[in-house]
Design a protein around this ligand. Structure first.
Ligand SMILES: CC(C)(COP(=O)(O)OP(=O)(O)OC[C@H]1O[C@@H](n2cnc3c(N)ncnc32)[C@H](O)[C@@H]1O)[C@@H](O)C(=O)NCCC(=O)NCCS
Ligand SMILES: Nc1ncnc2c1ncn2[C@@H]1O[C@H](COP(=O)(O)OP(=O)(O)OP(=O)(O)O)[C@@H](O)[C@H]1O
Length: 196
């Protein structure tokens, strides 16, 4: 089965584009969402996070997202350590999920393919882009209480689009939603032709 990586910086529109592929019947694994599920439900992951960040990382059973974000996105060392806890767990969970899918291709939506040097894990990479100011505005209006500085702290921990474009098979510039949907349709056709 063909494995497609769908990536892009924060607020580029990965989840929006992933939803358009889902509308065409393509199975999609949302890494951000599943990472948070694992951080809540896997005892080994949870224990390692509490050891790294302290009890403040959880409020009862729930992740204290604002606390974790504030700590890790302003400290490269902590970020690398939480990545080393969460990313292998997500990878294993994705492979398990993939085995259960029946489709010509599946999509893993994830912000961090290039940052993790994980290009070789995918047959095809689709990059979603939008100008940085647009992305900051989108995230601030989507997530109440998130400041411009919060979004920029995450952008600082991600590579720029130029580097990512060089090794992506398809680029979707996500500005006008209907154009984006049309581009998704074209890419879907091409993927089915190449990998029926
Ligand atoms: C700090 C947390 C709890 C904040 O949760 P929140 O709901 O605000 O954000 P969410 O997880 O949906 O991520 C939104 C976006 O933030 C950026 N982001 C998230 N994690 C990272 C990271 N490790 N490095 C760089 N950018 C990141 C990405 O652009 C991502 O798409 C969460 O992002 C987290 O635990 N991150 C560390 C683990 C991780 O890498 N998860 C995601 C990838 S598998
Ligand atoms: N083309 C567009 N025009 C207007 N708004 C958009 C467009 N694409 C996405 N959005 C909106 O921008 C916000 C961010 O989009 P989305 O959540 O899909 O991005 P993302 O890349 O998955 O974000 P994150 O990295 O934070 O997970 C959402 O509220 C979404 O509805």
């Amino acid at each position: 089965m063909i494995v497609v990586g769908l990536t892009g910086g924060i607020g580029s529109g990965k989840t929006t584009v992933a939803g358009m592929f889902e509308d065409l019947g393509v199975p999609v694994y949302n890494s951000d969402k599943e990472a948070k599920n694992l951080m809540r439900s896997s005892p080994a992951v949870k224990e390692a996070i509490v050891r790294l960040l302290g009890d403040g990382a959880y409020a009862g059973d729930q992740l204290n997202r604002a606390y974790i974000a504030e700590r890790i996105f302003n400290d490269e060392g902590l970020l690398a350590q939480i990545n080393a806890i969460v990313h292998p767990a997500v990878r294993a969970d994705f492979l398990d999920w993939k085995q259960r899918q029946k489709a010509p291709y599946v999509i893993q939506e994830t912000a961090l393919i290039f940052e993790n040097k994980a290009q070789d894990l995918y047959d095809v990479i689709i990059l979603v882009t939008a100008p940085e100011n647009v992305r900051v505005r989108r995230v601030m209006s989507r997530d109440a209480g998130v400041s411009e500085a919060d979004v920029k702290a995450r952008i600082e921990n991600q590579l720029g689009d130029d580097e990512k474009k060089a090794t992506s098979h398809f680029v979707i510039e996500n500005l006008d939603l209907e154009r984006t949907r049309a581009r998704v349709g074209q890419i879907h056709e091409q993927l089915l032709l190449k990998h029926p």
